[in-house]
Design a protein around this ligand. Structure first.
Ligand SMILES: Cc1cc2nc3c(=O)[nH]c(=O)nc-3n(C[C@H](O)[C@H](O)[C@H](O)COP(=O)(O)OP(=O)(O)OC[C@H]3O[C@@H](n4cnc5c(N)ncnc54)[C@H](O)[C@@H]3O)c2cc1C
Length: 476
C-alpha cells in the first residue's frame, strides 16, 4: 500500500515528488512512457516566465509569479542550470498600447523588475532587433532553464529520498476500495494507494474521468520549434517575445541554457494527444514570425526541429483541486514549467490540509549533487577526475564533448537512462551539430554493457523503437 501515487512524471509530477519526498511517506510515480519528461516537459520554450501574461487574479498568475520567484533556489538545490537572461516583449508603434497593457498587467500580478522601454533603450540592449520596433516591456526576472534537466533532477532527488518510479505504467483504470484506490496499468500491473495525484498533462482529463471527474477537457495545442547551432547562441542575449495573441505568446527567439538559439513555438489546436510531428507549414510560420522581430537570423544553422503539445484546458486557467483524496492538476499549459515549484508547494498545502502528509523524514537530503559538466571544467580539474576514473578521459560525443564517464553516470544514477534518447537528455550526447551521427553506436554499446542486455535490444526511446536489427560483420 502506497501513501501517494503520482500519475505522470513530467516537471509538475517531478516537482511534486521532490517536494513530498521530505515526508515519511511511501511514494510512487507512475509514468506511461519508458522515461521521465517525455510529455510537454520534453519540448517547450524553456522560459521561466516572469508572470505578466496570465490574467490578473487567475491561479495561473499566482502560480507563475511564485514559481518564478522560487526557481533560482530550486535549481540551485537540485544542481540544475539556470540563467536569468531577462526577456523583452517587443512592439511596433501600432502595438504600443498592447505592450503598455501587458506592463500594467505584470504590475497588477505583482511581478518585480518590469520596465517599459522606448526605442533607443531597446535597440541598445539587443542589436539584432528589427529597427522598426519602437517599444518593449523588459522583464528582468525572466530566466531560462533546461526543462527536462529540471524534471530529471526532481525525480532523481525524490528517488534518492525513497520514491519509486514505475515506467511503462500506463494508468488505464482507477477503482475506489474503501479508503484507498487500486490503480491499474494497461499491462495488468496494479498499485494500491491512499491518495492519488493526477499530473498526466494532456491526458489529465482522461485520468480524471477514471476517478469520476468529467468537469474539464484538454485540447492538445501543437507547438513546433527550430533549434540552431551553438554558433548562434549569442544572437540575442534575452528572450524576445512578440506581443501575445489569444493563441499564446507567439514565436519567440531565445538562447538556451546550453548555448543554442531556439525559435518557435507555433500554436495549432489538434485532436491527437500524441501527434508531435513537425510540419513544413510550421517551419514557414516560424521563419516568417521570428524574422518580424529579429533581423538576419541564420536559418541555415538549424540543426534540428521538434514539437511539443500544450495541455490547453477548457477552463482557460490552471485546475488544481482535491476530492476524496485525489488531487487533480488539469490545464497545466504554459507557464506550467515556470509554475511547477509553486504548484508543488500548493499541492503540499492541499495534502497537509487533509492530513495526508504526516511527519517529516529525518534522513531527507534536499540538495542534489550538481550535474557534472565535464566540458566546462578546467584542464586541471578534468585531469583530477580522469585520474580517479579513466572513463572521463574518453570522449564519446565529439560535438558536445561528452565523455564515457558521464554516459555511464547517466546509466547508473536516479532516474537511470535505458535508451539512446534517455542518455541524450541526461548528457547532451547526440545533441550537437551531427545529431548523434558519430556517437550513437558507442552510446548503444555502453547502454548494452551497463544494463547487461544485447546490443540489438537497445532502443531509441523504448516501446520497440529498435535501432539495430543484427550484425552485418563480425561473429555472425
Ligand atoms: C510548445 C510549448 C511551449 C511551452 N513553453 C513554456 C515556457 O516557455 N515556459 C513555461 O513555463 N511553460 C511552457 N510550456 C508549458 C510546460 O511545458 C508545461 O506546462 C509543463 O511541461 C507541464 O508539465 P506536466 O508535468 O504537467 O506535463 P507533461 O510534461 O506532459 O507530463 C505529463 C506526464 O504524464 C504522463 N502520462 C499521461 N497519461 C498517463 C497515464 N495514463 N499513465 C501514466 N502516465 C501518464 C505522460 O507520459 C507525461 O510524461 C510550454 C509547453 C509547450 C507544449
Amino acid at each position: 500500500m502506497y501513501d501517494i501515487a503520482i500519475i505522470g512524471a513530467g516537471v509538475v509530477g517531478g516537482m511534486i515528488a521532490d517536494t513530498l519526498a521530505k515526508y515519511d511517506l511511501k511514494l510512487c510515480i507512475l509514468e506511461k512512457e519508458s522515461d521521465v519528461a517525455m510529455g510537454a516537459t520534453r519540448a517547450n520554450s524553456a522560459i521561466v516566465h516572469a508572470g505578466f501574461d496570465a490574467a490578473e487574479g487567475s491561479l495561473k498568475a499566482r502560480m507563475n509569479v511564485r514559481g518564478s520567484e522560487m526557481m533560482k533556489d530550486v535549481t540551485t538545490r537540485l544542481g540544475v542550470k539556470y540563467n536569468n537572461n531577462e526577456a523583452l516583449v517587443v512592439g511596433f508603434e501600432h502595438e504600443r498600447d498592447e505592450v503598455k497593457a501587458i506592463y500594467e498587467r505584470g504590475l497588477a500580478n505583482g511581478v518585480k523588475g518590469l520596465k517599459f522601454l522606448e526605442s533607443e533603450e531597446l535597440h541598445a540592449l539587443e542589436p539584432h532587433l528589427n529597427k522598426d520596433l519602437t517599444c518593449a516591456l523588459l522583464a528582468t526576472t525572466s530566466a531560462i532553464v533546461c526543462p527536462y534537466e529540471l524534471c530529471l533532477a526532481a525525480v532523481g532527488n525524490a528517488m534518492d529520498n525513497g520514491a519509486e518510479l514505475m515506467l511503462d505504467f500506463e494508468v488505464s483504470a482507477i477503482d475506489k476500495n474503501g479508503d484507498a484506490y487500486t490503480v491499474k496499468a494497461a499491462d495488468g500491473r496494479t498499485v494500491e494507494t491512499k491518495y492519488i495525484i493526477n499530473s498526466a498533462g494532456v491526458y489529465s482529463d482522461k485520468v480524471a474521468a477514471m476517478t469520476g471527474d468529467a468537469d474539464f477537457t484538454i485540447t492538445p495545442r501543437r507547438g513546433e520549434y527550430m533549434l540552431l547551432d551553438k554558433e548562434c547562441g549569442n544572437f540575442t542575449q534575452r528572450t524576445i517575445f512578440h506581443t501575445p495573441t489569444k493563441m499564446g505568446k507567439g514565436i519567440l527567439v531565445s538562447p538556451t541554457v546550453d548555448g543554442n538559439l531556439l525559435l518557435g513555438p507555433t500554436a495549432t489546436d489538434i485532436d491527437d494527444k500524441d501527434d508531435t510531428s513537425t510540419t513544413a507549414e510550421g517551419f514557414a510560420t516560424i521563419f516568417a514570425k521570428a524574422s518580424d522581430n529579429v533581423a538576419d537570423i541564420p536559418f541555415n544553422k538549424v540543426i534540428t526541429s521538434f514539437c511539443g503539445l500544450r495541455a490547453t484546458g477548457s477552463t482557460h486557467d490552471f485546475i488544481i483541486k482535491e476530492k476524496d483524496g485525489v488531487v487533480t492538476l488539469g490545464g497545466i499549459e504554459s507557464p506550467g514549467l515556470s509554475s511547477a515549484p509553486a504548484i508543488a508547494e500548493y499541492v503540499e498545502e492541499i495534502l497537509g490540509g487533509i492530513n495526508a502528509l504526516g511527519a517529516k523524514k529525518t534522513s531527507y537530503k534536499a540538495e542534489r549533487r550538481p550535474a557534472h559538466y565535464f566540458r566546462e571544467l578546467s584542464m586541471a580539474e578534468k585531469n583530477e577526475i580522469i585520474k580517479k576514473n579513466p572513463a572521463y578521459g574518453k570522449i564519446v560525443c565529439r560535438c558536445e564533448g561528452i565523455t564515457e564517464g558521464e554516459i555511464v553516470e547517466a546509466l547508473t544514477t536516479n532516474p537511470a537512462a535505458h535508451d539512446l534518447d534517455g542518455v541524450k537528455r541526461r548528457t547532451r550526447s547526440g545533441m550537437g551539430r551531427c545529431q548523434g551521427g558519430f556517437c550513437s553506436p558507442t552510446v548503444v554499446e555502453l547502454i548494452a554493457r551497463e544494463h547487461g542486455i544485447p546490443f540489438e535490444s537497445v532502443t531509441k526511446f523504448g516501446k520497440g523503437s529498435i535501432i539495430n536489427y543484427g550484425k552485418t560483420k563480425g561473429d555472425n
